[in-house]
Ligand binder design. Sequence first.
Ligand code: ADP
Ligand code: ADP
Length: 224
Amino acid sequence: GSLLAATGLRKAYGPTTALDGADFSIHPGEVVAVMGPSGSGKSTLLHCLAGIVPPDSGTVTYAGRELTAMNDTERSALRRSEFGFVFQFGQLVPELTCAENAALPLRLNGVPRGRARAAALEWMRKLEVEEVKDKRPGEVSGGQGQRVAVARALVTGPRLIFADEPTGALDSLNGERVMQLLTEAARSTNAAVVLVTHEARVAAYSDREIVVRDGHARDLERAV
Ligand code: ADP
Ligand code: ADP
């Protein structure tokens, strides 16, 4: 079965229709790129899929449960236990060390400090940023910060990772490295990835592309 399914998603902001019909499904372990020009509705789609923004109509179903029918408490519990997030700018907490940042989602889920730290360091090692564990985000490079953000996204063992332009603030070499490590890490845990990008080079890491144009999201089946 599918892990995440969208049917008839629509969302308007005042007179602006951001999303006008999104129908597709994502299977466990699949890396799916959501592509399209700026303003086409990619971020709105991602926010609706992740249960951050409620659509005006349509449904999102995650693992057989209708996300769009849940209340805020149920949705945020689901996000914290099942989803991981990576944004364009790492959005690391500047006052915490990189290891504390990577451990944060586990701490918020009530995991004791020592176990959370051990899991964070394990992911930081796999993402080749263990050496910055005691540094603050302001003391590391952009590439290192994004790899810490990927460690943070993976630390809870999510089934689904949402990545919104995760390499948008990086040069191409660091961007490629982040994509390589992100997709390797996701595949090693069979997590699916929804990757929003406008760069073909980044989308090349996906199994499949969904193209968004003027709010329409269209599934382009591609040979893997
Ligand atoms: P993309 O991620 O592809 O750049 P967005 O989903 O951000 O596209 O935006 C789609 C359309 O919806 C754009 O016209 C944008 O200006 C509009 N939009 C997005 N978010 C808001 C908002 N919070 N308020 C008003 N308009 C918005
Ligand atoms: P990466 O390839 O991960 O982006 P770099 O080669 O850019 O790393 O950086 C190498 C070293 O320089 C790192 O140990 C990092 O701490 C430091 N560094 C790089 N950029 C910055 C920055 N903007 N601010 C502080 N330190 C930085």
